[in-house]
Structure formats: structure tokens, C-alpha cells
Design a protein around this ligand. Sequence first.
Ligand code: CP
Ligand code: NVA
Length: 303
Amino acid sequence: MKRDFLNISDLTKREIEEVIDYAIKLKKDKFADRSLENKSIGLVFMKPSTRTRISFEVGVYQMGGQPIYIQGSSTQMSRGEELKDTARVLSRYLDGLVIRTYAHSEVEELASYSDFPVINALTDYAHPCQVLADFQTIYEIFGRLEGLKMAYIGDGNNMANTLLIGCAMMGLDISIASPEGYEPNGKAVAEALRFARETGSKVEILNDPKEAAKGANILYTDVWVSMGQEGEKDKVNVFQGFTIDDELLKVADSKAIVMHCLPAHKGEEITEEVFEKFADVIFQQAENRLHAQKALMSFLFRK
Ligand code: CP
Ligand code: NVA
């Protein structure tokens, strides 16, 4: 039975730990896993990308496979060909599909009509590949995930939804601070609360950055205006006071780190000073995209 990775909870806690361990091993030897030999992996992007596209292309190559970059606008999907038909066609050529698009329901539909593993490379709802790499980074820095507190400051977007569910699954406490009306998706909150009951993790949805950041080991942020929201420039005014700056860092744990999935809008969600102070962590996250995704593909294509 094929496995998809549409959201972080498509893997169990144990499987996430297994993928992170393996990603750390692969980081030391880039050609150690050749499980994509003789496999062709399609990479469909309906939105721009630097990290996700390039790390998947390089990762598939390092694992012996053929990456095929497919710009969404160049396909018949952009002229209205149905997703379920596209999925049934691609299933006859490819061995796997990585897709970045808008509505989460589109990746679900593609996955349900495909015979091969489908990996979500970002939707408006979730960005699970980023969160896998983030958990690898946290593990490398702290030596554990469980018992840490993450505070996410900013828009209740795809990153907030996925971190919320992921932290609750892995036993990290998570406090999210967003302006009123910009909180994470209710479905993600409900899923996180279900996991939190099993793991004992504390989940808080707040509107005050300082309250959220109190004692946090990790401060995390993302852009205020996500891809597809370019018409919502007014959001920048609503988010004043939700910047990770030196003042906010003072209320976090004295050894706290700051994380960002990138790309960053310095001067909005994070100051230039804080960004540069934690640049090593932020670029470690970016690097780990490659290793975590390779470990994920090895796991999914072994099944
Ligand atoms: N963090 C991330 O997914 O970056 P890209 O949009 O460049 O892929
Ligand atoms: N929330 C951002 C994440 C980019 C990696 C967006 O969707 O544009």
C-alpha cells in the first residue's frame, strides 16, 4: 500500500523519529542511499520556490533517480484538465510526485487518484517537508524534541498549522501568537489538541507575542504575506507588534534559538539584527531540507 506525505501527521511519531535519525546519517554521506535508482519523480510547482524545488531536484539525483521539474503553468492543468485525470496519466509514467499548489484539497485529490507516493511541497494549509527539516534542526541543536517549548509569532498560515500539529505529536509545547482573526486553521487546532491529549504537550493559541514567547526554547516566525496573498498587503499593518526583535527575545529562555523557514521579510516578521544573530540556525534549517526530504523519500519509496 503506497504512503503519501500530505501533512506531518501522515507519519507517526516513531516514523518521524526514524526519518530524522536517517536524515542525520545521510547528511554525512550524500550518496549513501540509492533507493531511487531507475525511478522518475515529478516535481510540480504551481508557486515559486527556491529551497524546496532545488533540494528535491538535488536529493532525487543523489539517490540515483531522475527528477523532472514541471512548471504548473506549462501543463494542461493550467487549462483546466482535471486533477483526477492528470493523476491517472502521471501514474502511468512516474514513480512519485512532489507537488506545491494552493488548495490542500488538490494534493488530496491527486493522491487519491495516483498509484505512487505523493509529497506535499506546500499548500495554503500545510508545509510538512519544512517541519521535518525543522525537527531535525531542533534535534541537532537540543538533542531532543520532547519537553521543549516553541513559540510561533505571526500569521496563522501553513507553517503555523503544520508546526502546531507537529509539535503536539512530538511532545513539544507550542504557543502561537497571531493578531485576532489571523489564528491558525481550526482543523489544525483540533488535530493538535487530539495529539496533545496523547503526548501531554501544551497547546496555546494567543494574541499576545510576549505571553507566547515567555520561557520559550524556540521562537519561530514566517512571512506575514504568503504566496497567493499578494493582494493582501494591508496585513502588514495588522501585524505591527508581531516582530521577533531583541525585546521579545528577552522574555524567552536565555538560551533560546530563533528559527525561520525562509524566505524572510526582514524588518517585518523579524529584525535584521535577530536574523543575523541566528543565521547559523536558519541556514541549518534550509540545509536540512535536503537531508530530511531524502530520508523521507527513502522511507516512502521503500514501502
Ligand atoms: N521554505 C521554503 O519552502 O522555501 P521555498 O519557497 O524557497 O521552497
Ligand atoms: N507561508 C509561506 C511559506 C513559504 C515557505 C508561504 O506560503 O508563502
